[in-house]
Design a protein around this ligand. Sequence first.
Ligand SMILES: C[S@@+](CC[C@H](N)C(=O)[O-])C[C@H]1O[C@@H](n2cnc3c(N)ncnc32)[C@H](O)[C@@H]1O
Length: 477
Amino acid sequence: MSGGRRRSGGGGRAPRVSPARLVAAEVLLAVRESDAYANLLLPTRIARAGLSEADAGLATELTYGTLRMSGYYDRIIAIAADRPVDRIDPAVLDVLRLGTHQLLATRVPTHAAVNESVDLVRAMGAPAASGFVNGVLRGISRVSADAWAARVREAADGPDDALAALSSHPAWVVRALRKALAHEHRADELDDLLAADNAAPAVNYAVLGGADAPGPATLGERDRFSPIGFTATGGDPTRALEGHDGRVRVQDEGSQLAALALTRARPVRAGERWLDLCAGPGGKTAVLAAEARGGGATLEANEVVPARAQLVRRALEGVDEGVEVHERDGRAFGEDRAGAFDRILLDAPCTGLGALRRRPEARWRKSPEDVSALTTLQTELLDSAIGALAPGGLLAYVTCSPHTAETRSIVRQALRRHDDVERADVHAVLGDVALHPLDLTGEPGEAQLWPHRHGCDAMFIALLAKREPAASVGSQA
Ligand SMILES: C[S@@+](CC[C@H](N)C(=O)[O-])C[C@H]1O[C@@H](n2cnc3c(N)ncnc32)[C@H](O)[C@@H]1O
């Protein structure tokens, strides 16, 4: 049976599948077969199918919920089907995961969840599996959600495996998150963090140039921390962006704070030169551009992937189209532009383990091997950024991952290699930037934000300052 077959119909009555479920199933298929990103593909598929607002909401809930929780659902399906999930056809497994999500995590009535799944598996071109899908989902529906959790816990291979299964995270990710929290003596927050990863994030807006201008109040509520941020209280986010001349962008509050930690750490002197070294797709570049403009600084941006560099240019539309956007390997800047910049943002390529709420499939795509490849790149980019920093300049090292190998280890090792660089007190900087006190723990040279504690992505922010060279003996003389 091929995982790619779909919508070829089959024997028996013609399948009548709700368009929302069909869109969800098609996105799951594209995520699995073509490595598609659900957050990028889903809006396109919703628009193409012409879904109503209610159906679009259902398709989103089904797609995101199923992708996030598939690790947990697979444990349930394996028990109910009495076979490992890798012995189930992938297309059929998609339908079973969607059905399980409807049965255990939504208000969809049992008969609708089961019957629609049977129709869906036919519509996806696997009519022979309709009896199997019917049987497995009926079996799942006969047990309460709490009782399933107990069964999965019992079947797990020890406490770590149970936590990984119930929270639907890979075990290595659970261990990495626990370790990061333990560094702050907050390992007891792990359950809250895992739960936050499985919740839909609020939509946040950044208002470029400051949130106090008239108009933005219609965006929702002021953010708790970001001085330029709002949290949507409902409605269509794309509509909310209209009528603000490009000044309003959808952006996570943690990303806003990371950019502002660099731009507001000290007053901007006119003529300062700024660099965004790894800029694509340009969310933070836009904040930097607005802040640079306000203070009379000049910004350059760089992104190695041309298509993403194009997104950076688009992000700058309406803010500052004069920003030069390079398409180079950021590792070359340390030599080619040595000492050229007063402030540099290095928002490094990373595993993205801090943004699992937004990228529901990401947790299943990453592996510990990715961490080691990325830490090599992060190290080289940080060396390059330090090289490009002018004496007296300030560098923000940022990741949307809390994995300590990508965060504190990278910074510590860089400090050992570069004795002209020291950490600045980023807790104090963020304390000044934020509207309300941030509950930050650990060393003041590094700040780790968290979804469960701060309501934003788990951004890591370190500020590094390059010392002015000591006056030489000759010049003293
Ligand atoms: C975390 S993302 C940056 C996100 C961006 N700051 C924003 O807020 O929209 C990291 C970016 O670094 C880029 N990148 C990866 N390797 C790079 C390299 N060697 N030089 C420059 N950019 C690189 C990736 O393509 C990716 O767009």
